[in-house]
Design a protein around this ligand. Structure first.
Ligand code: ZN
Length: 64
């Protein structure tokens, strides 16, 4: 199980330091989206496609 914070994944867009964890990249993506939509949906909306893409790539790299 690895953990990364919401802030790291958002590229600094979100100041949220909630830890996101999972055993696989897929689990972490699901956790991140569920957390973001529940706790700060406005920030999810304000993330550009580039930021979202880099977050997904970061997850793939760290949790592959
Ligand atoms: Zn968050």
């Amino acid at each position: 199980m690895k953990t990364i914070t919401c802030k790291e994944l958002s590229g600094g867009v979100s100041p949220c330091t909630t830890p996101i964890s999972g055993n696989t990249a897929e689990e972490v993506k699901k956790s991140l989206m569920a957390h973001g939509q529940k706790d700060h949906p406005e920030q999810i909306k304000s993330m550009t496609p580039e930021i979202q893409k880099s977050a997904m790539q970061k997850i793939d790299t760290l949790f592959a």
